[in-house]
Write a protein that binds this ligand. Structure first.
Ligand code: ATP
Ligand code: MG
Length: 584
């Protein structure tokens, strides 16, 4: 257990007394913390930028953009408010109505942030598409979302959209961020902005109006389009404050790309709604660059992902040499199970533990977390956000049964928090199947201990059934990760005549270790001593890398399909699948 000392509580955390807050919480009170619109309405972009301008903080820096070639540009809150107003005016001029979808296909460029905020102000629905997708996943999402407008770059347009334009009857306008010329169906983003005035009346959206459309990561199958409404911002603001401990003036860095839900909920909305300065790095992962950014920008709060942390661990502490991370107050992680090794590595190497947080595209905001003022059990996802009731349940016809502490079951959340998704686009039935007896069922398996901490076991689809046991891949992977040679590990169940399934491990090694029979035996023995023969892997294969989604999640279903010679299924979000396009 990592005990939080008084020192860790300087400056005073936003959430100091977890138990009291949990007992006294009300969503109405959380809503009252938002500025709101005069007619009882609510708008994400207004809460993110305009409220600060109205409060006299317009000159504070909202966005610090670091270009991949060393450029650096600051945007104040007032500037972001003004530019997003212009974009909203431009959308209106193009005939875009509330509820229409506006997609963006771009890397982390300033125009992306202007598009997101302007779209939300116009009452249209913002739908980000990850820039490294190939033409087919782009087409599928443009068709599914019925996007009327796409904001993108000339290169991405030429490579991924132009040839399929005739298959996209809904797509009326393409706005290019780096071109000045207009031609039929294609306009210049900046010319459009320049033609508009700064003046725009406040947004008119209501709390239940659609705001965001996010496609899931596709780790378990075909990605789903999850719909979120404007009042999600209540949860974004609250979790930014209580979980990420953000306060006005903080320098904050979320490393997730806005092509995924984390990069929007916590890469745009939550930090701005808390008055922080957002650091945006256009470049891809690079350990030295990352440490340099944390140091030079004096980052106070850092939100990243297990894959990135494991890569930093793999590179070793040497890359950190000469950097001062003394400004860092809080570090958190999301997206995949965070191995206990990674939590303690953070403490030993960076001086702070990583705080695991759990949530999904569907939940819209952080639901379970480790908090700055609360002790950490490494390997645990932490405790539910005040206002969220989480439980471990088993489905039965017509409802669910709650399971006692320690028992493994599906992680469920009591329905009704503001950022809960309001549907899967064009898949009403699948949406309905996510709910039973007043609970949202997450599809993740977990346990809850007697202290109320939740522990991730695995996704429903990834659990291995061997000799009458159910084994979550995470616990086996964690043990292998403790071995000094292992950089990453992924487990699958492989059909076996006697056991039903046996556990097979796929292992990527750290720099400086070579695969071989001796090391394989050593690792299998290492796992057996710690886990016992029933749970330990029986087979182990070395791989250079584990297959991952573009959002950095290990795709165990793919390891399994490859192993068993099964069809690979939907690989549209597989990292490396469209490498030829990824330099765009
Ligand atoms: P798809 O639903 O298309 O298969 P996905 O579930 O990976 O994709 P996301 O919504 O991006 O799409 O990811 C949410 C999932 O990520 C969770 O359901 C969980 O399996 C995993 N996850 C997120 N955070 C954590 C965490 N802290 N610990 C363990 N797993 C996590
Ligand atoms: Mg999912």
């Amino acid at each position: 257990m990592i005990h939080k000392t008084l020192n860790d509580r300087e400056p005073v955390p936003n959430l100091t007394d977890y138990a009291t807050m949990q007992a006294s919480f009300s969503w109405d009170a959380a809503r009252a913390e938002c500025a709101g619109l005069s007619d009882g309405g609510l708008n994400i972009a207004f809460e993110a930028v305009d409220r600060w301008v109205a409060a006299g903080r317009g000159e504070a820096i909202a966005l610090r953009w670091l270009g991949k070639n060393g450029e650096r540009r600051d945007f104040s809150y007032a500037e972001l408010a003004r530019l997003s107003d212009r974009f909203a005016n431009g959308l209106q001029r193009l005939g875009i109505n509330p509820g229409d979808r506006v997609c963006i296909l771009a890397g982390r460029i300033p125009e992306l942030y202007i598009t997101a905020l302007g779209t939300l102000k116009a009452g249209a629905v913002f739908c980000p598409l990850f820039s490294a997708f190939g033409p087919e996943p782009v087409r599928v999402r443009l068709v599914k979302s019925r996007a009327r407008v796409l904001v993108t770059t000339t290169l991405l347009y030429r490579r991924k959209v132009r040839e399929q334009r005739s298959d996209l009857p809904h797509l009326e306008q393409v706005l290019l961020t780096d071109s000045d010329s207009d031609e039929p169906g294609i306009r210049s983003f900046h010319t459009l902005l320049e033609a508009e005035t700064d003046h725009r009346p406040p947004p008119r959206t209501q709390p239940e109006d659609w705001a965001l459309l996010h496609f899931t990561s596709g780790t378990t199958g075909t990605p789903k389009g999850a719909i979120h409404v404007h009042q999600a911002v209540i949860a974004h603001r609250l979790t930014g404050c209580w979980v990420l401990d953000l306060r006005p003036g903080d320098i904050y860095w979320c490393t997730a790309d806005p092509g995924w839900v984390t990069g929007v909920s916590y890469g745009i909305i939550a930090p701005l709604a808390n008055g922080a300065t957002l650091v945006v790095d256009e470049a891809e992962f690079d350990a030295r660059r990352w440490y340099a950014i944390l140091d030079r920008e004096r980052v106070n709060v850092w939100y990243t992902a297990p894959t990135a942390i494991r890569m930093l661990m793999k590179v070793g502490a040497e890359a950190l040499h000469g950097h001062d991370l003394g400004a860092l107050r809080f570090m958190a992680s999301v997206g995949e199970p965070l191995n206990p090794e990674a939590v303690t590595w953070g403490l030993a190497t960076l001086g702070r533990p990583f705080h695991d947080t759990w949530w999904q595209t569907e939940t819209g905001a952080i639901m379970i977390a480790n908090y700055r003022a609360v002790d950490i059990w490494p390997g645990s996802m932490g405790q539910p956000l005040p206002g969220i009731e989480a439980a471990i349940v088993q489905r039965r016809s017509g409802g669910v049964d709650r399971l006692p502490p320690g028992e493994e079951g599906e992680l469920a959340l009591r329905m009704g928090w503001p950022s809960m998704f309001r549907g899967y686009l064009e898949d009403e039935e699948r949406y309905r199947q996510c709910f039973a007896g007043g609970w949202y069922l997450s599809g993740d398996l977990a346990t809850c201990d007697a202290n109320g901490y939740f522990w991730f076991v695995g996704r429903n689809d990834d659990v291995i059934k061997t000799s009458g046991h159910l084994i979550g891949p995470f616990e086996v992977e964690n043990v292998l990760m403790e071995h000094p040679a292992v950089a990453e590990a992924g487990m699958i169940g492989k059909p076996d005549e006697f056991a039903g399934e046996i556990v097979k491990a796929f292992v990527a090694l750290k720099t400086g270790y070579e695969p071989g029979d001796a090391l394989r035996k050593e690792l299998l023995g290492f796992a057996r001593t710690r886990l016992g023969p029933a749970v330990a892997p029986r087979e182990l294969e070395f791989v250079a890398d584990l297959p991952k989604t573009r959002s950095g999640k290990i795709m165990r279903r793919l390891l399994r399909a490859r192993e068993l010679g099964l069809p690979l299924g939907d690989v549209s979000t597989l990292e490396g699948e469209h490498l030829k396009d990824s330099d765009a």
